[in-house]
Write a protein that binds this ligand. Structure first.
Ligand code: GUN
Length: 299
């Protein structure tokens, strides 16, 4: 008898994002008679290719939904004080519902001060210490939660992946992804193990994961023998690698060796087309929520 492994479900991030975007469009359309729209302000410093790509994706999504998109693009010579002043202006502008500073910023910029300067009510990235703090504290509700882990939770929900009681291994402990991802999973009563650069025998730990989430930024780090049969694998990595067959000279791959790993999983996210599209969609959701909250608080 030949035993064949069941085919893994390949997550379609665009499909989920498109559904959510349709709902967002409806919510936005409720306010057209008042002639008001949600507004997202994006501050970008420098001209990193990856940041330009992300900002372009955010702009396209916003325009597609009817969200005003304000881009403040600066040379790397901008000072800390100039950035703080710009954030002050946006904080005080009642028409602006969301403010993000595209990361990373140049080394002379103190990103912690920049993030904590954004009004907690407009922190649609969910990076402000108060929002992260409230995410961590039982019984507290953050106004916003970081978009990438939120997108992962939406994917798990869409495919009915139970988190409660499962062993989830998160690779990476960054403020933007790994840490808030772990907090959200804990809040859903998963048993969470977080691995990082000093973790010993990482692959031994990943082999015990019911759900493995990688947010490390190392191309093809996660191999098939790191993964338990039937596991769910979520790949948050977005890594450019040289590819001379491409016009651009590179292509984007995840942290997971997708072709090999997918033979063992029950569900896996591809890169691109998995988590990335959801991140942008969640940013749009957060902007619409902020806009709706503003209107509710006015009336
Ligand atoms: N850089 C990489 N991911 C993100 C993100 O979600 N938000 C911001 N502001 N910068 C990023």
């Amino acid at each position: 008898m030949i035993l064949r492994a069941a085919m893994s479900t390949i997550v379609d991030g665009k499909l989920i994002a498109d559904k959510i975007k349709e709902q967002l469009k409806l919510r936005i359309s409720k306010y057209t008679h008042l002639n008001v729209k949600p507004t997202l302000a994006v501050i970008m410093v420098g001209d990193r290719k990856d940041s330009e790509t992300y900002v372009r994706m955010k702009k396209q999504a916003a325009e597609q939904l009817g969200i005003n998109f304000l881009l403040y693009k600066h040379d790397t010579t901008i000072s800390q004080q100039q950035l703080l002043n710009e954030i002050d202006n946006l904080n005080n502008d009642n028409d602006v519902d969301g403010i993000i500073v595209q990361m990373p910023v140049p080394n002379h910029i103190d990103k912690r001060q920049i993030i904590s300067h954004i009004s907690v009510n407009k922190d649609v990235d969910g990076f402000h210490g108060l929002n992260i703090g409230n995410l961590a504290l039982e019984g507290h509700e953050p106004l916003f939660i970081p978009c990438t882990p939120r997108g992962v939770m939406e994917i798990l929900k869409h495919y009915n992946v139970q988190v409660k009681g499962k062993h989830v291994v998160v690779l990476g402990k960054s403020n933007i992804v790994g840490l808030p991802m772990s907090l959200m999973l804990l809040n859903e009563l998963a048993t969470v193990t977080v691995c990082h650069s000093e973790t010993v025998d990482e692959e031994k730990i990943t082999r015990t994961a019911d759900i493995l989430i990688s947010a490390v930024g190392k191309p093809h780090l996660v191999k098939a023998d790191w993964v338990k049969d039937g596991a769910v694998v979520i790949d948050i990595g977005i890594n450019p690698i040289i590819d001379s067959t491409k016009k651009t000279g590179y292509r984007i791959v995840g942290d997971v060796d997708f072709e090999e790993v997918k033979k063992k999983t029950s569900l896996i996210t591809p890169v691109p087309g998995g988590v990335g599209v959801m991140t942008v969609c969640m940013l749009m959701s957060a902007t619409v929520e902020s806009f709706e909250r503003k209107i509710r608080n006015k009336t």
